[in-house]
Design a protein around this ligand. Structure first.
Ligand code: SF4
Ligand code: SF4
Length: 179
């Protein structure tokens, strides 16, 4: 079992006040709380005020290439743009990139709630509409094979049998799995 920290987003409750962006950027300023710049925030709010659409999204993993998911989403009669729910820092847009360095910005749960007095992430505390709520839960997780261990294991197999033999075996195994 592993403790998992989650921020739930209820876009219907978001009013687009952007307080979450302000406090997140202040928390990550250097020195801390010395400035506010939403472009440095790890949470950004997609805006479409004419259609009363505000979608808070937290920065996720960086990706070096664009995806091919070019589609629109309609939920409860509202039409959302193709990238509205995407968390990636990607080449298609400026979202989740530091405005000075261009480095990707990812939500770090307020540096994993490093300050013990911080019971909930800042953006959750500053969201007065309850569009953001914090949850901690225990989840069963599969034992992860550490990348380093995997590489060492593969290296020793290659040393012992040679790369070609390993590749042939993997190809044979995948063919037999396909049936
Ligand atoms: S603070 Fe809450 S209501 Fe305001 S923009 Fe952020 S998520 Fe929306
Ligand atoms: S949890 Fe912390 S780091 Fe993540 S978006 Fe909210 S304020 Fe920013």
């Amino acid at each position: 079992m592993k403790k998992v920290r989650v921020i739930n987003i209820d876009a219907d409750k978001c009013n687009g006040c952007r307080a979450c962006e302000a406090i997140c950027s202040a928390f990550h300023a250097s020195p801390k709380y010395s400035s506010i710049n939403p472009e440095r925030s790890r949470i950004r709010v997609n805006f479409d005020p004419l259609n009363d659409i505000y979608i808070p999204v937290m920065g996720g993993e960086y990706t070096a290439s664009e995806c091919n998911s070019r589609y629109t989403i309609t939920l409860d009669g509202k039409k959302y743009e193709e990238c509205a729910f995407c968390r990636a820092s990607c080449p298609s847009r400026d979202l989740f990139k530091d405005p000075d360095s261009g480095l990707p910005l990812k939500c770090d749960m307020c540096e994993d709630l490093e300050d013990p007095s911080l019971e909930e992430p800042w953006c959750v505390q500053w969201c007065l509409s309850d569009a953001l709520t914090y949850e901690e839960r225990e989840e069963e997780v599969e034992e992860e094979v550490k990348q380093e261990e995997l590489e060492i294991g593969l290296e020793s197999l290659v040393d012992r049998y040679g790369l070609q033999k390993i590749m042939d075996t993997v190809a044979r195994m995948s063919m037999s799995k396909k049936g």
